[in-house]
Design a protein around this ligand. Structure first.
Ligand SMILES: [Fe+2]
Ligand SMILES: [Fe+2]
Length: 315
């Protein structure tokens, strides 16, 4: 586990730009609570008695890569089923599940079919998706849109409201070079501006997109080229949570009112930023694998604008 805390002035809310906490290799979870833009964290083991009573919860899963069968994980369906079982074991079913992309490995129809079949086993009433770059490989995302993007705009972006929280699904995987940065594009940014305009600044906002909207490690394409324009539209809100996938590990950053969070994959881990010559599936000992894969559960409490993010590993 590596921690890097350059400045951590949580109490005064002045400067948290340097706060970067990496818990990718901890094999245990950390509970994060965000109150009015101030982040606090504690180890998952101490969490049970202190969990806020939530108005609602939702779960995030990511990077299922159905169709992947290399050494890093020969049984991505098995680990996806384990993630679903984790969700089904929660004390109360989540209101919905967000899948933040790379549903499939090769954008094949059978892969999308299998993913849908397995997710049907999850106890929840709704699913929301955004595509990963692996979902738009062959046809510029046509098949993804047909199956998972009904009623969305452009290449699959949309928003919805749930119990006072505004959710926005963004697409940043279209027309990007392999290993290149994500791109939102002018059309989507214009739509986002319009979408957010009527909301009062007190509305909690949750943004979800596949590639991180902050510069995790641009050398590996782990960032979004024009994210700054989207984030500028979000600065006026009191509480913004950004949920991403793509990098197959949990990383967290708080910058002012915006909390960035990346999720683990249900399929295979990737190396920590800069710790390997390049990004890609990472083979680990079979016993360790479940501790690097998992589910993120998010609890929301109305009134306090608190979003608590809990990472649950499969182990
Ligand atoms: Fe992925
Ligand atoms: Fe990806």
């Amino acid at each position: 586990m590596s921690d890097l805390i350059l400045h951590n002035h949580n109490a005064d809310g002045v400067d948290r730009r340097g706060f970067l906490k990496c818990m990718a290799w901890a094999g245990t979870g950390v509970l994060f609570t965000v109150t009015g833009g101030v982040l606090s964290s504690r180890m998952l083991s101490a969490q049970a008695a202190e969990m806020p009573i939530a108005d609602f919860t939702f779960a995030q899963i990511s990077d299922s890569h159905v169709g992947f069968n290399k050494d890093a994980n020969k049984d991505v369906l098995g680990t996806l089923r384990k993630a679903v079982a984790k969700i089904n074991a929660l004390p109360a079913p989540p209101d919905f599940i967000l899948h933040t992309g790379d549903l499939s490995h090769l954008s094949e129809a059978e892969e999308f079919d299998t993913l849908e079949q397995i997710l049907k086993e999850a106890k929840t009433s709704r699913f929301f998706y955004v595509p990963g770059e692996h979902d738009v490989l062959n046809d510029n995302g046509a098949l993804y849109l047909e199956r998972f993007g009904k009623g969305t705009k452009g290449s699959g972006w949309y928003s919805f409201d749930h119990k006072g929280v505004h959710f926005v699904g963004l697409v940043n995987v279209m027309n990007i070079p392999e290993g290149g940065l994500g791109i939102l594009g002018a059309d989507q940014l214009a739509w986002l501006k319009q979408d957010l305009a009527p909301l009062p600044a007190s509305t909690p906002v949750v943004i979800f997109a596949h590639i991180p909207l902050w510069a995790v490690y641009p050398k590996w394409g782990w960032g979004t080229d024009d994210a700054a324009q989207a984030l500028a539209l979000l600065r006026r809100f009191g509480s913004v949570t950004v949920l991403n996938g793509h990098i197959h590990q949990t990383l967290k950053k708080v910058e002012g009112n915006i909390t960035f969070h990346t999720a683990t994959s249900t399929a295979f881990p990737q190396p920590a930023p800069g710790s390997a010559p390049k990004a890609g599936p990472m083979k680990v000992a079979p016993g360790i694998l479940p501790s690097l894969l998992g589910v993120t559960e998010v609890n929301y409490v109305e009134g306090s604008h608190t979003l608590a993010v809990v990472d649950e590993k499969l182990a």
